[in-house]
Design a binder for this molecule. Structure first.
Ligand code: NAD
Length: 381
Protein backbone atom coordinates (compact mmCIF):
# COMPACT_ATOMS: atom_id res chain seq x y z
CA UNK A 1 0.00 0.00 0.00
CA UNK A 2 2.74 2.45 0.95
CA UNK A 3 4.65 1.94 -2.27
CA UNK A 4 1.52 2.24 -4.36
CA UNK A 5 0.77 5.66 -2.89
CA UNK A 6 4.36 6.85 -2.90
CA UNK A 7 4.85 5.81 -6.51
CA UNK A 8 1.68 7.57 -7.56
CA UNK A 9 2.57 10.80 -5.78
CA UNK A 10 6.22 10.64 -6.80
CA UNK A 11 7.93 10.82 -3.39
CA UNK A 12 11.67 10.36 -3.35
CA UNK A 13 12.02 9.05 0.16
CA UNK A 14 9.81 8.17 3.11
CA UNK A 15 11.46 7.39 6.42
CA UNK A 16 9.74 5.72 9.36
CA UNK A 17 11.45 6.71 12.59
CA UNK A 18 11.28 4.81 15.85
CA UNK A 19 13.40 5.77 18.82
CA UNK A 20 13.69 3.01 21.39
CA UNK A 21 14.59 5.24 24.33
CA UNK A 22 11.85 7.85 23.99
CA UNK A 23 9.24 5.84 22.12
CA UNK A 24 9.21 8.51 19.37
CA UNK A 25 7.23 7.49 16.29
CA UNK A 26 7.62 9.81 13.33
CA UNK A 27 7.48 9.79 9.55
CA UNK A 28 9.64 12.02 7.35
CA UNK A 29 8.62 12.38 3.70
CA UNK A 30 10.78 14.02 1.06
CA UNK A 31 8.55 14.62 -1.91
CA UNK A 32 10.61 16.28 -4.62
CA UNK A 33 14.03 17.88 -4.28
CA UNK A 34 14.51 18.96 -7.89
CA UNK A 35 14.59 22.67 -7.06
CA UNK A 36 16.53 22.27 -3.81
CA UNK A 37 19.83 24.04 -3.25
CA UNK A 38 22.69 21.57 -3.05
CA UNK A 39 23.82 21.11 0.55
CA UNK A 40 27.53 20.77 1.47
CA UNK A 41 26.82 17.03 1.76
CA UNK A 42 25.92 16.93 -1.95
CA UNK A 43 22.17 16.35 -1.57
CA UNK A 44 19.42 18.81 -2.49
CA UNK A 45 17.50 20.45 0.38
CA UNK A 46 13.73 20.09 0.81
CA UNK A 47 11.88 22.13 3.41
CA UNK A 48 8.70 21.50 5.39
CA UNK A 49 7.45 21.88 8.94
CA UNK A 50 7.13 19.22 11.62
CA UNK A 51 3.57 18.47 12.68
CA UNK A 52 2.99 16.86 16.09
CA UNK A 53 -0.43 15.47 16.81
CA UNK A 54 -2.60 12.56 17.78
CA UNK A 55 -3.72 10.75 14.62
CA UNK A 56 -6.68 8.45 14.35
CA UNK A 57 -4.36 5.74 13.07
CA UNK A 58 -1.04 5.23 11.30
CA UNK A 59 -2.63 5.43 7.89
CA UNK A 60 -3.97 8.91 8.65
CA UNK A 61 -0.50 10.05 9.69
CA UNK A 62 1.06 8.62 6.54
CA UNK A 63 -1.56 10.28 4.36
CA UNK A 64 -0.98 13.59 6.09
CA UNK A 65 2.78 13.56 5.64
CA UNK A 66 2.59 12.43 2.02
CA UNK A 67 0.04 15.07 1.03
CA UNK A 68 1.62 17.89 2.99
CA UNK A 69 5.11 17.19 1.65
CA UNK A 70 3.75 17.16 -1.90
CA UNK A 71 2.07 20.50 -1.19
CA UNK A 72 5.38 21.96 -0.01
CA UNK A 73 7.00 21.10 -3.35
CA UNK A 74 4.43 23.30 -5.07
CA UNK A 75 4.47 26.05 -2.46
CA UNK A 76 8.24 26.52 -2.64
CA UNK A 77 8.30 26.13 -6.42
CA UNK A 78 5.61 28.78 -6.88
CA UNK A 79 7.45 31.09 -4.48
CA UNK A 80 10.55 30.71 -6.67
CA UNK A 81 12.59 29.36 -3.79
CA UNK A 82 15.52 27.01 -4.32
CA UNK A 83 13.99 24.32 -2.13
CA UNK A 84 12.20 21.06 -2.63
CA UNK A 85 9.15 19.92 -0.69
CA UNK A 86 9.13 17.72 2.42
CA UNK A 87 7.36 17.33 5.75
CA UNK A 88 7.50 15.33 8.97
CA UNK A 89 4.85 14.16 11.40
CA UNK A 90 5.21 12.93 14.97
CA UNK A 91 2.53 10.45 16.05
CA UNK A 92 1.49 11.26 19.61
CA UNK A 93 -0.45 9.12 22.06
CA UNK A 94 -2.44 11.81 23.91
CA UNK A 95 -3.78 15.35 23.55
CA UNK A 96 -1.73 16.22 26.60
CA UNK A 97 1.48 15.47 24.68
CA UNK A 98 0.41 17.85 21.91
CA UNK A 99 0.64 20.85 24.24
CA UNK A 100 3.63 19.58 26.23
CA UNK A 101 6.48 18.73 23.88
CA UNK A 102 9.65 17.46 25.48
CA UNK A 103 13.29 18.11 24.75
CA UNK A 104 13.89 14.33 24.65
CA UNK A 105 11.39 13.90 21.86
CA UNK A 106 12.73 16.85 19.87
CA UNK A 107 16.32 15.61 20.20
CA UNK A 108 15.32 12.11 19.07
CA UNK A 109 13.64 13.58 15.99
CA UNK A 110 16.59 15.89 15.40
CA UNK A 111 18.92 12.89 15.30
CA UNK A 112 16.75 11.22 12.67
CA UNK A 113 16.78 14.42 10.61
CA UNK A 114 20.56 14.65 10.90
CA UNK A 115 20.88 11.12 9.52
CA UNK A 116 19.26 12.36 6.28
CA UNK A 117 22.33 14.58 5.67
CA UNK A 118 20.32 17.67 4.68
CA UNK A 119 17.77 16.12 2.36
CA UNK A 120 15.11 17.27 4.82
CA UNK A 121 15.06 20.65 6.58
CA UNK A 122 12.49 20.96 9.40
CA UNK A 123 10.64 24.01 10.76
CA UNK A 124 7.54 24.86 12.81
CA UNK A 125 4.09 23.48 12.15
CA UNK A 126 1.21 22.35 14.37
CA UNK A 127 2.33 22.04 18.03
CA UNK A 128 5.94 22.81 17.18
CA UNK A 129 7.33 25.98 18.74
CA UNK A 130 10.55 27.93 18.28
CA UNK A 131 11.75 26.17 21.45
CA UNK A 132 11.13 22.76 19.85
CA UNK A 133 13.13 23.80 16.78
CA UNK A 134 15.98 24.92 19.04
CA UNK A 135 15.89 21.56 20.85
CA UNK A 136 16.17 19.75 17.52
CA UNK A 137 19.04 22.09 16.63
CA UNK A 138 21.07 20.62 19.53
CA UNK A 139 21.74 17.63 17.30
CA UNK A 140 21.15 18.77 13.72
CA UNK A 141 21.89 21.78 11.55
CA UNK A 142 19.03 20.93 9.21
CA UNK A 143 16.37 23.00 10.97
CA UNK A 144 15.19 26.61 10.71
CA UNK A 145 12.81 28.79 12.71
CA UNK A 146 14.32 28.68 16.20
CA UNK A 147 15.17 31.52 18.52
CA UNK A 148 18.54 30.64 19.96
CA UNK A 149 20.41 27.75 18.29
CA UNK A 150 18.50 27.83 14.99
CA UNK A 151 17.80 31.15 13.31
CA UNK A 152 14.61 32.52 11.82
CA UNK A 153 12.11 32.63 14.67
CA UNK A 154 8.37 33.09 14.22
CA UNK A 155 7.57 33.44 10.49
CA UNK A 156 4.08 34.92 10.99
CA UNK A 157 5.00 38.64 10.47
CA UNK A 158 6.34 37.68 7.04
CA UNK A 159 3.33 35.50 6.28
CA UNK A 160 1.06 38.42 7.19
CA UNK A 161 2.94 40.87 4.97
CA UNK A 162 2.72 38.36 2.13
CA UNK A 163 -1.03 38.00 2.65
CA UNK A 164 -1.41 41.78 2.46
CA UNK A 165 0.59 41.72 -0.80
CA UNK A 166 -1.76 39.00 -2.03
CA UNK A 167 -4.82 41.08 -1.14
CA UNK A 168 -3.29 43.93 -3.14
CA UNK A 169 -2.66 41.61 -6.08
CA UNK A 170 -6.30 40.52 -6.05
CA UNK A 171 -7.47 44.15 -5.88
CA UNK A 172 -5.12 45.29 -8.63
CA UNK A 173 -6.41 42.49 -10.85
CA UNK A 174 -10.09 43.09 -10.10
CA UNK A 175 -10.16 46.89 -9.77
CA UNK A 176 -7.04 48.08 -11.52
CA UNK A 177 -5.69 49.55 -8.26
CA UNK A 178 -4.07 48.00 -5.21
CA UNK A 179 -4.88 50.99 -3.01
CA UNK A 180 -6.42 49.81 0.27
CA UNK A 181 -8.10 53.12 1.13
CA UNK A 182 -11.83 52.59 1.55
CA UNK A 183 -11.62 48.88 0.66
CA UNK A 184 -13.65 46.62 2.98
CA UNK A 185 -11.81 43.53 4.20
CA UNK A 186 -13.38 40.79 6.34
CA UNK A 187 -10.85 38.81 8.39
CA UNK A 188 -11.65 35.46 9.98
CA UNK A 189 -9.26 34.66 12.85
CA UNK A 190 -7.00 37.06 14.72
CA UNK A 191 -4.12 34.74 15.57
CA UNK A 192 -0.45 35.13 14.66
CA UNK A 193 -1.28 35.92 11.02
CA UNK A 194 -4.80 37.42 11.08
CA UNK A 195 -4.14 40.02 13.78
CA UNK A 196 -1.13 41.33 11.90
CA UNK A 197 -3.00 41.42 8.59
CA UNK A 198 -5.82 43.36 10.31
CA UNK A 199 -3.43 45.96 11.72
CA UNK A 200 -1.50 46.45 8.48
CA UNK A 201 -4.55 46.86 6.24
CA UNK A 202 -6.34 49.11 8.76
CA UNK A 203 -3.25 51.32 8.94
CA UNK A 204 -3.32 51.58 5.13
CA UNK A 205 -6.90 52.83 5.17
CA UNK A 206 -9.01 49.69 4.73
CA UNK A 207 -12.30 49.26 6.59
CA UNK A 208 -12.09 46.00 8.48
CA UNK A 209 -14.70 43.55 9.68
CA UNK A 210 -13.19 41.00 12.06
CA UNK A 211 -13.94 37.94 14.11
CA UNK A 212 -12.34 35.30 16.29
CA UNK A 213 -13.62 32.67 18.68
CA UNK A 214 -11.53 34.47 21.36
CA UNK A 215 -13.71 37.43 22.28
CA UNK A 216 -10.99 39.24 24.24
CA UNK A 217 -8.75 39.26 21.16
CA UNK A 218 -11.56 40.70 19.03
CA UNK A 219 -12.12 43.48 21.61
CA UNK A 220 -8.41 44.27 21.66
CA UNK A 221 -8.13 44.52 17.86
CA UNK A 222 -11.35 46.57 17.60
CA UNK A 223 -9.95 49.02 20.17
CA UNK A 224 -6.70 49.33 18.26
CA UNK A 225 -8.00 49.50 14.69
CA UNK A 226 -11.56 50.80 14.90
CA UNK A 227 -12.72 47.69 13.04
CA UNK A 228 -16.22 46.23 13.28
CA UNK A 229 -16.69 42.91 15.07
CA UNK A 230 -19.08 40.21 13.89
CA UNK A 231 -19.90 36.74 15.23
CA UNK A 232 -17.64 33.91 14.01
CA UNK A 233 -20.65 32.30 12.31
CA UNK A 234 -21.36 35.41 10.25
CA UNK A 235 -17.97 36.36 8.83
CA UNK A 236 -18.04 34.30 5.63
CA UNK A 237 -21.27 35.88 4.45
CA UNK A 238 -20.27 39.47 5.19
CA UNK A 239 -20.64 41.79 2.20
CA UNK A 240 -17.16 43.11 1.49
CA UNK A 241 -14.52 43.64 -1.19
CA UNK A 242 -12.10 41.05 0.19
CA UNK A 243 -12.63 38.03 2.42
CA UNK A 244 -9.43 36.98 4.18
CA UNK A 245 -9.77 33.67 6.08
CA UNK A 246 -6.90 33.39 8.59
CA UNK A 247 -8.16 30.76 11.03
CA UNK A 248 -8.54 27.16 9.93
CA UNK A 249 -8.81 25.09 6.76
CA UNK A 250 -11.84 23.93 4.73
CA UNK A 251 -13.99 26.94 5.68
CA UNK A 252 -15.16 27.33 2.08
CA UNK A 253 -17.09 24.16 1.44
CA UNK A 254 -20.32 22.91 -0.11
CA UNK A 255 -22.31 24.46 2.75
CA UNK A 256 -20.70 27.92 2.77
CA UNK A 257 -19.67 28.65 -0.81
CA UNK A 258 -23.15 29.80 -1.88
CA UNK A 259 -23.33 32.37 0.91
CA UNK A 260 -20.11 34.27 0.14
CA UNK A 261 -20.66 37.94 -0.64
CA UNK A 262 -17.12 39.11 -1.29
CA UNK A 263 -15.67 39.96 -4.65
CA UNK A 264 -12.23 38.61 -3.82
CA UNK A 265 -11.10 35.82 -1.49
CA UNK A 266 -7.48 36.17 -0.40
CA UNK A 267 -6.63 33.71 2.40
CA UNK A 268 -3.90 33.61 4.99
CA UNK A 269 -4.94 30.13 6.16
CA UNK A 270 -3.92 26.93 4.40
CA UNK A 271 -6.43 24.76 2.56
CA UNK A 272 -9.37 27.12 2.93
CA UNK A 273 -11.16 25.38 0.06
CA UNK A 274 -12.55 22.03 1.13
CA UNK A 275 -12.16 20.63 -2.40
CA UNK A 276 -9.59 23.02 -3.89
CA UNK A 277 -9.93 22.40 -7.62
CA UNK A 278 -13.69 21.96 -7.55
CA UNK A 279 -14.41 24.89 -5.26
CA UNK A 280 -11.94 27.16 -7.06
CA UNK A 281 -13.76 26.40 -10.32
CA UNK A 282 -17.08 27.11 -8.60
CA UNK A 283 -15.80 30.48 -7.33
CA UNK A 284 -14.70 31.37 -10.85
CA UNK A 285 -18.18 30.57 -12.15
CA UNK A 286 -19.65 32.80 -9.45
CA UNK A 287 -17.39 35.68 -10.48
CA UNK A 288 -15.33 35.61 -7.27
CA UNK A 289 -11.59 36.24 -7.68
CA UNK A 290 -9.86 33.53 -5.65
CA UNK A 291 -6.22 34.19 -4.77
CA UNK A 292 -4.82 30.68 -4.17
CA UNK A 293 -3.85 30.21 -0.54
CA UNK A 294 -0.42 28.74 -1.18
CA UNK A 295 0.61 31.72 -3.31
CA UNK A 296 -0.86 34.25 -0.89
CA UNK A 297 0.51 32.85 2.35
CA UNK A 298 4.03 31.97 1.19
CA UNK A 299 5.68 34.83 3.11
CA UNK A 300 6.61 32.52 6.01
CA UNK A 301 8.20 29.86 3.86
CA UNK A 302 10.03 32.54 1.88
CA UNK A 303 11.40 33.97 5.11
CA UNK A 304 12.53 30.70 6.73
CA UNK A 305 13.49 28.94 3.49
CA UNK A 306 15.27 32.04 2.25
CA UNK A 307 17.29 32.34 5.47
CA UNK A 308 18.16 28.65 5.30
CA UNK A 309 19.58 28.88 1.79
CA UNK A 310 21.51 32.04 2.62
CA UNK A 311 19.41 34.83 1.12
CA UNK A 312 19.87 38.33 2.58
CA UNK A 313 17.05 40.19 4.39
CA UNK A 314 16.72 42.42 1.34
CA UNK A 315 16.42 39.47 -1.04
CA UNK A 316 13.83 37.85 1.24
CA UNK A 317 11.74 41.01 1.47
CA UNK A 318 11.94 41.50 -2.30
CA UNK A 319 10.67 37.96 -2.78
CA UNK A 320 7.76 38.59 -0.41
CA UNK A 321 6.98 41.75 -2.43
CA UNK A 322 6.87 39.53 -5.54
CA UNK A 323 3.70 37.85 -4.22
CA UNK A 324 1.61 40.74 -5.57
CA UNK A 325 2.80 40.69 -9.23
CA UNK A 326 2.89 36.87 -9.16
CA UNK A 327 -0.74 36.74 -8.14
CA UNK A 328 -1.73 39.15 -10.87
CA UNK A 329 0.09 36.96 -13.40
CA UNK A 330 -1.59 33.79 -12.09
CA UNK A 331 -5.02 35.42 -12.03
CA UNK A 332 -4.55 36.51 -15.64
CA UNK A 333 -3.35 33.04 -16.67
CA UNK A 334 -6.45 31.59 -15.02
CA UNK A 335 -8.76 33.42 -17.43
CA UNK A 336 -8.25 30.65 -19.97
CA UNK A 337 -8.20 27.87 -17.37
CA UNK A 338 -10.71 26.14 -15.12
CA UNK A 339 -9.72 28.05 -12.03
CA UNK A 340 -7.03 30.13 -10.35
CA UNK A 341 -5.95 27.01 -8.46
CA UNK A 342 -5.22 25.21 -11.72
CA UNK A 343 -3.24 28.26 -12.83
CA UNK A 344 -1.24 28.34 -9.60
CA UNK A 345 -0.25 24.69 -9.91
CA UNK A 346 0.68 25.17 -13.54
CA UNK A 347 2.87 28.11 -12.52
CA UNK A 348 4.72 25.94 -9.98
CA UNK A 349 4.95 22.95 -12.30
CA UNK A 350 6.53 25.07 -15.02
CA UNK A 351 9.41 25.93 -12.72
CA UNK A 352 10.00 22.30 -11.84
CA UNK A 353 9.84 21.24 -15.48
CA UNK A 354 12.27 23.98 -16.48
CA UNK A 355 14.73 22.75 -13.84
CA UNK A 356 14.39 19.19 -15.10
CA UNK A 357 15.10 20.40 -18.62
CA UNK A 358 18.23 22.12 -17.38
CA UNK A 359 19.28 18.69 -16.13
CA UNK A 360 18.66 19.57 -12.49
CA UNK A 361 16.68 16.42 -11.80
CA UNK A 362 16.37 15.12 -8.27
CA UNK A 363 16.43 11.40 -7.64
CA UNK A 364 12.70 10.85 -8.11
CA UNK A 365 11.28 9.29 -11.25
CA UNK A 366 12.60 11.54 -14.01
CA UNK A 367 12.87 14.30 -11.44
CA UNK A 368 9.28 15.27 -12.03
CA UNK A 369 6.50 15.76 -9.59
CA UNK A 370 4.49 12.57 -9.48
CA UNK A 371 1.53 11.63 -11.56
CA UNK A 372 -0.99 13.26 -9.24
CA UNK A 373 -0.06 16.67 -10.76
CA UNK A 374 -2.72 18.50 -8.77
CA UNK A 375 -2.22 18.00 -5.04
CA UNK A 376 -5.15 18.91 -2.88
CA UNK A 377 -3.44 19.91 0.34
CA UNK A 378 -0.87 22.53 1.04
CA UNK A 379 0.10 22.64 4.66
CA UNK A 380 2.30 24.32 7.19
CA UNK A 381 4.31 27.50 7.12
P1 NAD B 1 -3.17 30.85 15.18
O1 NAD B 1 -3.53 29.59 15.87
O2 NAD B 1 -2.22 31.79 15.82
O3 NAD B 1 -4.51 31.68 14.85
C1 NAD B 1 -5.72 31.13 14.48
C2 NAD B 1 -6.82 32.04 15.06
O4 NAD B 1 -8.06 31.65 14.54
C3 NAD B 1 -6.92 31.96 16.57
O5 NAD B 1 -6.96 33.27 17.11
C4 NAD B 1 -8.24 31.21 16.81
O6 NAD B 1 -8.88 31.60 17.99
C5 NAD B 1 -9.02 31.64 15.59
N1 NAD B 1 -10.09 30.73 15.19
C6 NAD B 1 -10.08 29.37 15.17
N2 NAD B 1 -11.24 28.90 14.70
C7 NAD B 1 -12.00 29.97 14.38
C8 NAD B 1 -13.28 30.14 13.82
N3 NAD B 1 -14.05 29.10 13.49
N4 NAD B 1 -13.75 31.40 13.64
C9 NAD B 1 -13.00 32.46 13.95
N5 NAD B 1 -11.76 32.38 14.48
C10 NAD B 1 -11.27 31.13 14.69
O7 NAD B 1 -2.66 30.41 13.74
P2 NAD B 1 -1.83 31.26 12.69
O8 NAD B 1 -0.39 30.98 12.84
O9 NAD B 1 -2.32 32.68 12.71
O10 NAD B 1 -2.28 30.54 11.34
C11 NAD B 1 -3.58 30.72 10.82
C12 NAD B 1 -3.69 29.95 9.52
O11 NAD B 1 -2.67 30.39 8.60
C13 NAD B 1 -3.48 28.44 9.63
O12 NAD B 1 -4.27 27.82 8.66
C14 NAD B 1 -2.02 28.26 9.27
O13 NAD B 1 -1.75 26.96 8.79
C15 NAD B 1 -1.87 29.29 8.20
N6 NAD B 1 -0.49 29.73 8.00
C16 NAD B 1 0.21 30.27 9.01
C17 NAD B 1 1.51 30.68 8.79
C18 NAD B 1 2.32 31.32 9.87
O14 NAD B 1 3.39 31.88 9.56
N7 NAD B 1 1.88 31.29 11.13
C19 NAD B 1 2.09 30.52 7.52
C20 NAD B 1 1.32 29.97 6.48
C21 NAD B 1 0.03 29.58 6.73
Amino acid sequence: MVFEQVTKMGHEQVVFVHDRETGLRAIIAVHNSTLGKVQPTGVRASLGGTRRRVYQNEEAALNDVLRLSEGMTYKSAAAELDLGGAKSVVLLNSKDEEKNPTEREAVALGKAIERLSGRYVAAEDMNVTEQYVDWMAEVTKYVIGGKTRAKGGDPSPYTAQGVVNGIKGGLAYANGSSDLKGVSIAIQGLGSVGEKVAKIVAAEGATIIITDTRKEKVDEVVAETGGTAVNPDDILAVECDVLCPCAIGQVINDDTIGGLRSRIVAPGANNVLDKPLEHAAELKKRGVVYCPDFINNAGGVIRLGGLYIGMSEQQINDKIDRIEPRLIEILKNAESMESTYHAAYAYAQERIDAAVERGQAGPSAEGRVGSSKTPQTIGGL
